[in-house]
Structure formats: C-alpha cells, structure tokens
Design a protein around this ligand. Structure first.
Ligand code: GDP
Ligand code: IMO
Ligand code: MG
Length: 430
C-alpha cells in the first residue's frame, strides 16, 4: 500500500496541519519527517482549536499512529508540554512513537540560535529561536545527541561534554556568556528518559512493516519547499529538507514506496522571517493589511505578523518540479473573496529579462519583479461551498488559471479553517 507525502510548497503556513487532519480518517500512520518545534500548525475541529508545534498533526485522529521520525529534532521539554496539554483536553496521545535516531535539542542549541541571530544583526535569518539550526549543525558535524543516547548515561555524558567543548569557548570568549555546565545538561536530559522510553522505537522498521502489511503511511512535512536548505531561498531557509525527498531520509522509507506527493499551497503567499519574496505587498498597504487581517496571518509559533503577497505561479511550478507533486491542495481561497481584481504572478522580470522559471542565481531572485496577470474577483462568501460547481464562476476561473500555470492538478480546495470546509475534486488517497 502507498506512502503519501504531504509538503508545503511556498514559505510555510500553507495549512499543512489542516490538510493532514483531513486525511487522518483515511490513513493509518502519520510521520513527521523533518524540522522540530519551529513548525506551527493550527487545526480547528468544531469549536476546538489546537496549535501543534512538534507533534505530527495526525495525533488528533483517533485511529492514526503518530510518529516522530528520525529526521526530526526534538526539544523534549516542548514534547512533554505539548503532550500534557493535549491530554488535558481529552486527546489520547498514548499511540505516539518516536524514532530512537531522532536528534535532541538542548539548552545550548537554543542559546546558540538566539545569540548567533543577534550577532548577525542586519544579516539575520529571522529564525524561530528554537535551536533548530544548531541542532541540525551538530547532527551533520557528528556532535549530536540522539534519543537513544538518553538511555546510556555514560555515553550521554561523553557526548554532551564533546558537544560543549568548543561551544563553551564560543560562549565565553566570543559571545560574552557564561559557560554551560555539561552536568546540568546531562541531568536535565536524564529526567526525560523514563517517560520517553515507552514511546521510543525503531520507526523506519515499523513504518516499512506497516507498508508491507497494506497500511497507509502519510509523511507530513514541516516548513516548506522555499525554506528547504537545498532548494529554498538559501541562506534564508530552515536547516532541514522539507521537500519530498526529505520524507525518504527523515522517515526511513525508500522512494519506490511513495505513490503520491501532495503539495499544500495557499491561494496567495505568505512568509515569516527574512529573505526575498517577489510578490510581497507592503505591510501597510490596503491589500497587505487586508490579506493579513482577513487571513489571520500571524505566526502560530512566534506570533510574528506574516508577510503577505499574491500567488506566485513561478514558485508553484518550481515546487511541483522539485517535489514531483501529483496533487495540489489549495487553501484559503475564501480569504480572496471581496477583492475586485486578483493579481497572479506568472513570470519574473529580472533586470529586463523575462524568467518563466525560478532563476538559478539567488541574486537574480532578489531582483525578480513579478509579471502579473489580473483575474476578476468575486464577492460571494464561499465558505459553505462543498463542490467545485458551487463556487462562483470567477473563483472557478481563478482556480483553473492557477492550476494551468502551476503544472499540477488541483485535487482539493480549502474554503475555511473548519475541518469540513474543504472541496475534494479528486481523491487524495491513491
Ligand atoms: P501549517 O503550518 O502549514 O500547518 O499552517 P498554519 O496552521 O501555520 O497556518 C494556516 C492557517 O490557516 C491556520 O490558522 C488554519 O486554521 C488556517 N486555514 C487552513 N486552511 C484554511 C482555509 O481553507 N481557509 C481559511 N480561512 N483558513 C484556513
Ligand atoms: P510551518 O511548519 C513558516 C522560518 C523562520 C525563519 C526560517 C529559519 O508552520 O510551516 P528556523 O527556526 O527554522 O531556523 O528558522 O524558517 N520558518 C517557518 N516559517 N512556517 C514554518 O513552519 C517555519 N519554520 C521555520 O521564520 O525565516
Ligand atoms: Mg505554520
């Protein structure tokens, strides 16, 4: 049976949490394969609103086994806080599995993230400050602490001492901070061990056996394509691979097992943090304010207002390509109701040259000026529409236009934040 990958196609916050929740009743496993608590997913179920950061959105579906894959970096304090909060609201979290190979975010990762951002000054990335980059840096540098290390105190101590060796030099000599005592870090990590142990498993083995047994596995990406460390707007990216390939490494599933790749895409575009964004509207312009306020575009993790702009079909085409998308799930179409003319970016003008595809050079991307086509808008409230035909003609035309421009079929359309506010055009489960 198939593994399905679900990814963000823009700069995050496309509505991946809601999309995963939508599929929750039809899949057996949901595995988060990258990132950590830099993610923020809002899922609305009836009158209840859940904000998830580290846990896979599948945790809200009673029949799903939620899995934190080996590709994730885990802040254990956040993990338990999130679990406690869900339990206090009556959600059963006992099925959660955590890869023994996932890396752990510690105090020194958070401190490094925040201090480095301050030192970068005007060149800062605008990270979430959660220690994500330094934890992945340690992983690549072979200085990371993995979940399995928490169950062997001797090894844990040796690894923490090794990881802090150079960092304490940095903290004291460069950043004018106090050194971090490895014993404090070890003691804190050991306190998590007992509660963690029953959740820890060989998740790549379990997921592959589940696929062999005919179960459906949904791999849920955090962040998004344009924040991918390889394919995004480097250096203004996160430190993992949120693109579809990252699902293979981050969950331990081979590419031949993946049958479909769903790209979640907003009917317009948003971005949090620094970096280029060609279709961005001035935050104080009428339209910039309209999208931010009507779309509720404020970060779930940091509360920062999101930068807002028009749909960028060049980015959609790029995303369709690097992820091998089979389906697009367009969200927040309802937010565009009431706009007389809706611009869609179809290409860029870079210093007088037309680019139909994403420029290879980052400098060209920084200079990209959108070439827009303008589509007539609609005024109707579309939040009750449940079939494509129930949408106003202009909304149908808008969707047809972005579908043609993006090079991937639209299989579902979000028309509101509620769980059922969705139009399914094609089945998302192969
Ligand atoms: P994620 O990080 O990709 O999971 O997205 P976020 O949860 O950070 O941001 C998406 C926001 O849009 C959330 O507040 C969702 O509840 C909301 N949302 C998702 N789909 C729709 C939709 O179709 N219409 C509207 N109005 N809101 C939506
Ligand atoms: P979800 O899963 C939007 C951005 C940060 C910053 C950059 C690097 O909710 O879509 P990091 O803390 O990861 O080192 O920050 O990436 N960023 C996100 N932006 N949605 C997210 O997650 C993000 N996760 C990280 O704002 O620009
Ligand atoms: Mg988000």
């Amino acid at each position: 049976m198939p593994a399905i990958v679900l990814v963000g196609t823009q700069w995050g916050d496309e509505g991946k949490g809601k999309a995963t929740d939508l599929l929750g009743s039809q899949v057996d496993y949901v595995v988060k394969f990258n990132g950590g608590n830099n993610a923020g997913h809002t899922v609305v179920i009836g009158d209840e609103k859940y904000a998830l950061h580290l846990l896979p959105s599948g945790i809200l579906s009673p029949n799903v086994v939620p899995v934190i894959g080996n590709g994730v970096v885990i802040d254990l304090n956040v993990l338990f806080e999130e679990l406690d909060l869900l339990e206090s609201r009556g959600i059963d979290t006992s099925r959660l599995l955590i890869s023994s190979q996932a890396h752990v975010i510690t105090k020194y990762h958070r401190q490094l993230d925040q201090t480095q951002e301050r030192f970068l000054g005007a060149r800062k990335i605008g990270t979430t400050g959660r220690g994500i980059g330094p934890a992945y840096a340690d992983k690549i540098n072979r200085l990371g602490i993995r979940v399995a290390d928490l169950f062997d105190e001797k090894i844990l101590r040796a690894k923490v001492i090794g990881a802090l060796d150079q960092k304490n030099q940095l903290f004291t000599k460069m950043y004018n901070k106090a050194a971090i005592d490895p014993e404090n870090v070890v003691a804190e990590l050991l306190t998590y061990g007992e509660r963690l142990r029953p959740m820890v498993a060989n998740t790549p083995l379990i997921l592959n056996q589940a696929l062999d047994a005919g179960k459906i596995v949904l791999c849920e990406g955090g962040q998004a394509t344009m924040l991918d460390v390889d394919h995004g707007t480097y250096p203004f990216v996160t430190s993992s691979n949120p693109t579809a390939g990252g699902a293979c490494t981050g969950a331990g599933i081979g590419p031949t097992r993946i049958d479909s790749v769903i790209g979640v895409i907003k009917a317009y575009t948003t971005r949090v943090g620094e970096g280029p964004f060609p279709t961005e509207l001035n935050e104080n312009s009428d339209m910039g304010k309209y999208l931010r306020e009507t779309g509720g575009e404020f970060g779930v993790t940091t509360g920062r207002p999101r930068r807002c702009g028009w749909y960028d079909a060049v980015i959609a085409r790029y995303s369709a390509r690097v992820n091998g998308l089979t389906d697009l799930l367009v969200t927040k179409l309802d937010v565009l109701s009431g706009i007389a003319q809706i611009p869609v970016c179809v290409a860029y003008d870079v210093d007088g040259v037309r680019f139909d595809e994403m420029p290879d050079s980052q400098s060209d991307f920084h200079h990209a000026v959108p070439i827009y086509e303008y589509l007539p808008g609609w005024t109707e409230d579309i939040s009750q529409a449940r079939t494509f035909e129930e949408l106003p003609q202009q909304a149908q035309d808008y969707l047809r236009f972005i579908e043609k421009q993006s090079g991937c079929r639209i299989s579902a359309i979000g028309v509101g934040a509620d769980r059922d506010a969705i139009i399914e055009v094609h089945s998302l489960i192969p």
